[in-house]
Design a protein around this ligand. Structure first.
Ligand SMILES: Nc1ncnc2c1ncn2[C@@H]1O[C@H](COP(=O)(O)OP(=O)(O)OP(=O)(O)O)[C@@H](O)[C@H]1O
Length: 278
């Protein structure tokens, strides 16, 4: 659990507009192998910009102005993502780091079956894989996220939002990446579906051992699923610590304010118990 899989060093991202927006300021943290690191903070604090910055998916006017993100392979060698070519980055995304964003379910192509979109990941990244293997694997992955494999024949509009988002999570897991970046992956879904999917992510992490950076403004939810939590404010990480500790003994004033803004955590019935998802 303690070996790092990603080291972020003094990363800064600006939006080069007038006046310049310093969205991510001098952010440093280490993501350990197999851990779920929650990233909390109010709207506009820079969470999404940081997520996109980690995988170098920023588009102008956004630009990384300082720092770096180093990915550590299993053999310990480190790769600075900023030094990879566009082609190398494309290959490394999905393969080593994959992403699930809030609107991911809407990025499925409406006129192509789930099977064809799913298989495309393997056709692109594992061209040597046989058709039979590809098909088996797609079905297995879907079942992993709780969707029946017969759904491979469906088109996106035939699936509910929850199912489509599960399909996206299955696709993100397809190549067994070591890191998954999840930016509000369940926010558009109703609470019950959200809980189911989160439980699934947690279970899969236990099973497959990937690390997760999980971003949401929903602090109670983060407290439930994260091993550690980073609290972000105005582009900076103001506190990073063990989730239970952050809840019981927050060090930073802003973390206390953030915790206090969720009555369910602090009210009379605030019997929040970490690890017990209901
Ligand atoms: N294209 C853009 N041009 C200029 N500024 C931007 C742009 N996109 C985002 N910003 C600014 O960058 C800052 C960080 O935004 P970001 O979306 O990363 O925050 P966030 O914490 O993810 O918010 P949310 O939870 O609402 O998604 C904000 O001040 C935002 O206004």
């Amino acid at each position: 659990m303690s070996r790092p899989v990603l080291t972020v060093e003094n990363l800064s991202v600006d939006y080069l507009v007038d006046p310049v927006v310093h969205a991510v300021r001098d952010v440093s943290f280490t993501l350990r192998r197999g851990e779920i690191l929650g990233l909390a903070g109010e709207s506009g604090c820079g969470k999404s910009t940081l997520a996109y910055g980690l995988v170098r998916l920023l588009k102008p006017p956004a630009a990384v102005t300082a720092g770096r993100a180093v990915f550590h392979a299993e053999d310990g060698t480190g790769v600075d993502w900023g030094e990879l070519s566009t082609e190398q980055l494309r290959a490394a995304r999905w393969d080593r780091i994959s992403m699930v964003f809030q609107g991911a379910m809407n990025s499925l192509n409406p006129v192509i079956s789930i099977r064809d979109q799913f298989e495309d990941v393997f056709l692109t990244h594992r061209p040597g894989m046989s058709r039979a293997d590809r098909r088996r694997r797609c079905g297995d992955l879907l079942e992993r996220v709780g969707v029946d494999r017969t759904r491979l024949r469906s088109y996106p509009h035939e699936l509910s939002g929850g199912m489509r988002q599960r399909v996206m999570i299955a696709m993100a897991m397809a190549l067994e990446p070591q890191i998954m970046i999840m930016d509000e992956p369940t926010t558009a879904l109703d609470v019950v579906v959200q809980r189911d999917i989160l439980r699934e992510i947690s279970r899969l992490r236990d099973e497959l051992g990937f690390a997760v950076v999980f971003i949401t403004h929903d602090l109670p939810l983060l407290l439930e699923i994260s091993d550690r939590i980073a609290v972000m404010r105005d582009g900076r990480i103001v506190e990073l610590g063990d989730a239970a500790q952050l809840y019981t003994a927050p060090r930073h004033e802003y973390t206390r304010t953030l915790l206090a803004s969720f009555p369910s955590l602090t009210g009379d019935r605030g019997s929040f118990v970490r690890g017990v998802a209901s």
